[in-house]
Design a binder for this molecule. Sequence first.
Ligand code: ADP
Ligand code: MG
Length: 393
Amino acid sequence: MAVPDLDGLLADGVRGQRVLVRADLNVPLSNGTIRDDSRVRASVPTLRRLADAGARVIVTSHLGRPKGQRKPELTLRRVAPRLAERIGRGVSFCEECIGEKAAAAVAELGDGQILLLENVRFHAGEEKNETGFAADLAALADLYVNDAFGTAHRAHASTTGIASLVDRAVAGDLLRSELEHLRVVRDPERPLLVLLGGAKVSSKLAVMEALAPHADVLAIGGAMAYTFIAAAGKPTGASRVEQDMLEDANCVVEAVRAAGRRLLIPTDHLVAKSLEAGASTRVVETIPDGWIGVDIGPETARRYAEEAAKARTIFWNGPMGVFEIQDFAAGTARVAEAVASSDATTVVGGGDSLAAIQQLGFSDRITHLSTGGGASLEFVQGLALPGVAALER
Ligand code: ADP
Ligand code: MG
C-alpha cells in the first residue's frame, strides 16, 4: 500500500496549521556535546518544507534511553540551537512535550515558526505506547508527520499511537526516501550482494536468515565470521565466537545451499595478539591458538571487492573488522572502496558502518546511507515497520 507523504499534505496547504513532526534527533553525545549531527541534518528537509509552507511546526524526538524519567543530561534543549543552525531559522524550545506548558508554547507559534519539545522518553507512556500519552501529544496538533525512520520499527506513542488520533498522518521526506531505497534491496536488480559484518551473529541472525535465500551472494565478515568458522569445525583461536549460535549459523549455511545461492566466509584473516593498537599481527588462513581474528585478510577482501564489482545491488551492514583501530581497518576500507566504486545501487546501514564510510570519505559515492540501523534491517527482511503501518491506515 502506498504511504501518504509530505507532497500530498503540502499540496492541500498547511499554512497556519499545527503540524507535529516526529523526527529522529537521537544524536550521539559525549560529555554533553553533539558528536555527530547527521540525524539533525537528515531531519532538515521536512522541517524546512513545512516551515516554508507556513505551517506551525512542532518537533518531537527522543534522545537516549531515559526510561520514562526526566534525565537532565538527555535534554533536547542543547539540540535546539544545532537544529536552528542547520535549518537556518530560529527554533524555540519547550521543557515539556505535553500538557499546559507545551500547549502554551504551541499557541505562541506564528506561521512558519518551529518549536522543539522536550524528550518524549521522559514520559513512560511513550515507549509503552499509552493511548493517554499519545492523545496528549495529538492534542497539540492538527496534522502529524512521521520522519523518524530510525525509530519506525518501534510501536511507541509518538511513532504509532498518535497517528490515528490526528486529522491526517503522513511520512516525511526522510522516511519516504529511506523506504524507497530499502525497497530496492527487497526487490533488487540482480545480482544482489549482501555484505554482513559487525560484532554479533545474534543481533543479525534474523536478517541473515531472511536474506540468505534472497541474496545472490551473502558475504560474511566481522566478528560474526568466526562463529561460522567455528560452526564448520575449524579453529578460531581466541576470536570472538558465540557458542550458542553455532547451530543457527549452520542453519543459515543450509538455507543458502537449499536456495542455490552463495555464502562467502573469510578464507584468510588478520589475527592479533590483543584487541589493541600496536599489537603484533599476522595474516593467516588457519587461526592459531591464542590469536584473535580482528579483520578479514587481504585475499578475502579481494574476493569481496570482486563480488562488489559484479553486483547490481549491494546492501552492506556491519564492518569487516575492528575498524576503529587503524591497524585492523584495512579489510573494511578495501570493501568500502569497492562498494563506493561499484556501478551497483548501494545501500549502507548501521551506525558503525556509516561511521566507517564517513571516516573513509566515501559518503558521496554511496547511493543511500540509511540513518536507521535496526529499522533498515527489519525492513529489508520483509517485516512491517509499525511506524509505517500506522500511516497506511
Ligand atoms: P553496525 O553498527 O554497523 O550495525 P555492529 O554494531 O553490528 O555494526 O558492529 C560493529 C562493531 O563490530 C565494531 O565496534 C567493530 O569493532 C566490531 N567488530 C568487527 N569485527 C570484529 C572482530 N573481528 N572482533 C571483535 N569485534 C569486531
Ligand atoms: Mg553498532
